[in-house]
Ligand binder design. Structure first.
Ligand code: PLP
Length: 406
């Protein structure tokens, strides 16, 4: 007998399928040393595919220094950390990584979390719930982890127009000085790849005595002379109260962090449930992240190669008239604007060309703005780019999608 709640699960899942928004995961095995190639499991067998949608933006998840550090840490320290940070789970590696991250962002302190999501959720919920009369001014395009953290804080939330300091200014002006104002935004927005006017936002926030909370998840490792992100690239990192980042994207491992003043990090360390009540990162993960951060602090080769690849891809898409959102960053969104077509094109890329690009549908992006979010890496070759663009061009004709005239 099917219970009422199971019927409800079924109904809602069927609705997602009808809308074209049901998520099918590709069952993959990344192959060490072969990135962006991966093995895909399907129909009882496997096939090799080229991955074009990874957030391992620089291929650091395969970097020999990172792998060596992780293997050594397992040999030296074993698997898990064995506890929460407070109860035997603070390894010396955590302390070293926090110092390295503080130094990266030129802040007095940093604090590690198990993921970027958890760091946003835990920090914003703690700030919003514990600061007196807190009001959080959130950019309209902020990531789900920030939105959930703000919601959980129960603080008043005011949404300002995406990347619009003038709108932020108007909204800040509506609140008295007695409120603790927190301006939360990102440097690079993941789905459109656009970049925030950080200096102007700081100008406005400072005029109202607001604290600034910047998510640099898609920028750390990638921008600035040492990979500290867009704020560092723009020379404004010192104006931000808090910088948040991940170790799971350009750094190729997993984990999240915040960097800020000693008191701020101590405050979050002391009050954030999502920091306190969970087992800390395993030594191998921490060692891998530390090796990755250190490497990208010194080496710009990966960043330079990466930029060249992004430029080449955009130029070739332009030659074929494949429309892609113009942005100054490294994310190349190819707009389809229809959920079924987006899925179909993704399926055909995989089936006929061995190219894996996950379709991005609602709720990750608004309905009607479905896209292929393409992320070139320094490890994609010129031949990979040519193959991707030729395949897209063929599918563009087959699906009668409109081309952009140069
Ligand atoms: N912040 C932004 C803007 C993101 O896009 C993401 C993940 O995609 C996160 C935070 C979460 O980071 P993590 O994947 O490390 O949990």
């Amino acid at each position: 007998m099917t219970t009422q709640f199971e019927q409800e699960f079924h109904r809602q899942l069927e609705q997602l399928k009808t809308e074209g928004n049901y998520r099918y995961f590709a069952d993959l095995e990344r192959l060490r040393g072969a990135f962006p190639r991966a093995r895909k499991f399907e129909h009882g067998g496997t096939r090799d595919v080229t991955v074009w949608c990874s957030n391992d933006y620089l291929g650091m998840g395969q970097h020999p220094k990172v792998l060596r550090a992780m293997k050594t840490a397992i040999d030296d320290f074993g698997s898990g950390a064995g506890g929460t940070r407070n109860i035997s789970g603070t390894m010396h590696l955590h302390v070293e990584l926090e110092q390295e991250l503080a130094d990266l962002h030129q802040k007095p302190a940093a604090l590690l979390f198990t993921s970027g999501y958890v760091s946003n959720w835990a920090t914003l919920s703690t700030l919003g719930s514990r600061l007196p009369n807190a009001v959080i001014f959130s950019d309209a395009m902020n990531h789900a982890s920030m939105i959930e953290g703000i919601r959980h804080s129960r603080a008043e939330k005011i949404i300002w127009r995406h990347n619009d300091p003038r709108d932020l200014e108007k909204k800040l002006a509506d609140f008295p000085d007695s409120c603790t104002k927190i301006v939360a935004f990102e440097s690079i927005y993941s789905m459109d790849g656009d970049i925030a006017p950080i200096a102007e936002i700081c100008d406005v926030a400072e005029a109202f005595g607001a604290m600034t909370y910047l998510d640099e998840v898609h920028a750390v490792g990638m921008y600035g002379p040492h990979g500290a992100g867009i704020a560092a690239r723009d020379g404004v990192a010192d104006r931000l109260t808090l910088i948040q980042g991940t170790l799971g994207k350009a750094y190729g491992v997993i984990g999240g962090y915040i960097a800020g003043s000693e008191e701020l990090c101590d405050f979050i360390r002391s009050f954030a449930s999502g920091f306190i009540f969970t087992t800390s990162l395993p030594p191998a993960v921490t060692a891998g992240a530390l090796a990755s951060v250190r490497h990208l602090k010194e080496s710009s080769i990966e960043r330079l190669r990466h930029r060249r690849r992004v430029k080449e891809l955009r130029a070739q898409l332009d030659c074929e008239g494949i429309p892609h959102a113009a942005n100054p960053g490294h994310i190349v969104p190819v707009m389809i604007n229809n959920p079924e077509k987006c899925r179909r094109i993704s399926d055909m890329l995989l089936e006929f060309h061995g190219i894996y690009v996950q379709p991005i549908n609602y709720p990750t992006v608004p309905k009607g703005s479905e896209r292929l979010r393409i992320t070139p890496t320094p490890l994609h070759s010129e031949a990979d780019i040519a193959q991707l663009v030729a395949a897209l061009s063929e599918l563009w004709s087959q699906c009668a999608l409109s081309r952009k005239v140069a």
